[in-house]
Design a binder for this molecule. Structure first.
Ligand SMILES: Cc1cc2nc3c(=O)[nH]c(=O)nc-3n(C[C@H](O)[C@H](O)[C@H](O)COP(=O)(O)OP(=O)(O)OC[C@H]3O[C@@H](n4cnc5c(N)ncnc54)[C@H](O)[C@@H]3O)c2cc1C
Length: 388
């Protein structure tokens, strides 16, 4: 997503160099954020493509090595290509938890076990789900919740196993997590909190999931959704700086003529795994390299997160989940409507917020958070839309 966004913006801003986008996946670039909606059948795969402007698209073209001295790259098929400037946008890959019995003797996942990261994964999961049955999603973060909703929409009986004491613990507080859990229950998704998957049962194919508290959940399908890690192998082998991600400076540079953006990049010690920061980085780099704003720098992204999973949705801004020392916190919860709203203020300025189940004021809250507009005299307006 970051690579293709860069290519599109670079040309739109007047960049004159020829851009080639190499992608290992067999299909044209697409909006990965919408994969759970494709799985649920809300979008067709052909409807989530992303424009790349006049760039040359090379699909099914995995880059296997980069020589930053000679400025050349090598493809899996043996072909080499020269470049003047290289932008790494290799994304991230799912973290697979160290669970006994996850893999068959061949080393591949056992039948019925699959992660969700690509359109191919989506097709595989949709095919498996067509048989109905019981699914267990391992991980109750944003990815686990959206995957669970999609599988439930396909008619499976779904259970999320979440290690943390509440859902989406990176973004939501405990109260919001509880409201989200009720929303999931209404969609037929059960949630087990504070417990881990210890092992998978079944020989060639999964038949059940064993939890750390001794419970055995029967399962025909298991989806690990335990976060992602930046894909850095190419950069590492090329001698580029890698910590968690490919280390970039404020110009998004990681080596001579080499830049990194999106989920693979680490900037000021932060690795993002969201489309928003990937977009912002792509836009800054396109402005720099096209000449439209040669001095543009990336100063970091303000934390924001959004989930839309069928009828369940939330938006989170900034410091919204923590214990709030020294901050002023306003909360509104409506159990019958399944909504929860929280506003976090420091010295009258909005520094965080959660809207769950009712996003009517999301635009006003986003503007106040980005300081694009001063908070209204009656900040309740940001939660209710009334009283400004
Ligand atoms: C199911 C799902 C739901 C999501 N929902 C949200 C959401 O609601 N909101 C949000 O902000 N974010 C969401 N995300 C995260 C978001 O999709 C990512 O942050 C975004 O895709 C990052 O873009 P990227 O370009 O860095 O990486 P990617 O989109 O992963 O693209 C990297 C591409 O590089 C290719 N590649 C890697 N190595 C090579 C190589 N050596 N040669 C050639 N090609 C290579 C990969 O095949 C891949 O196609 C979701 C992700 C998933 C999987």
């Amino acid at each position: 997503m970051a690579g293709v966004r860069f290519a599109e913006r670079y040309a739109a801003l007047g960049g004159r160099a020829e851009v080639t986008v190499y992608g290992a996946e067999p299909c044209a670039p697409y909006n990965r954020v919408l994969l759970a909606d494709v799985l649920a059948g809300r979008y067709d795969a052909s409807g989530i493509g992303m424009p790349a402007g006049p760039a040359v698209l090379r699909t099914g073209a995995e880059v296997t090595a980069v020589d930053t001295g000679a400025r050349t790259l090598r493809l899996a098929g043996g072909e080499s290509a020269a470049y003047d400037v290289l932008v790494l946008a290799t994304g991230a890959e799912p973290v697979v938890p160290p669970v006994r019995g996850l893999r068959a003797p061949s080393g591949a996942f056992k039948g019925g076990v699959h992660t969700l990261r690509t359109l191919d994964d989506c097709r595989w999961l949709a095919k498996e789900a067509a048989g109905g049955g019981r699914a267990v999603v391992v991980g109750g973060g944003v990815l686990g919740v959206s995957t669970a909703c999609a599988l439930a929409a396909l008619g499976l009986s779904v259970e999320i196993v979440q290690q943390a004491p509440h859902l989406v613990e990176r973004h939501l507080d405990a109260q919001a997590g509880a409201v989200l859990r009720s929303g999931l229950a209404r969609l037929g998704v059960a949630v087990r909190l504070g417990t881990e998957v210890r092992a998978l049962r079944g020989a060639e194919r999964v038949t059940g999931v064993e939890l750390s508290d001794g419970t055995l959940l029967p399962a025909d399908l298991v989806v690990p959704a335990c976060g992602v890690r930046p894909r850095t192998g190419l950069a590492l082998a090329a001698g580029l700086p890698v910590r968690t991600g490919v280390v970039v400076d404020d110009a998004l540079r990681c080596g001579p003529g080499v830049y990194a953006i999106g989920d693979c990049a680490e900037h000021r010690g932060v690795v993002h795994d969201h489309a928003g920061p990937a977009w912002e980085q792509a836009d800054v780099l396109a402005a720099r390299l096209s000449g439209a704003a040669p001095d543009a720098v990336y100063g970091g992204s303000r934390p924001r997160s959004r989930l839309t999973a069928g009828p369940l949705e939330y938006a989170v801004f900034g410091e919204a989940a923590g214990p709030d020392p020294g901050l002023e916190v306003l909360r509104l919860a409506d159990a019958t409507r399944g909504s929860y709203k929280k506003l976090v203020l420091r010295d009258g300025q909005v520094v965080g917020g959660i809207l769950l189940g009712d996003l009517a004021t999301v635009g006003a809250l986003a503007r106040a958070y980005e300081r694009a507009a001063p908070p209204p005299a009656d900040v309740l307006h940001l939660m209710t839309g009334q009283g400004a």
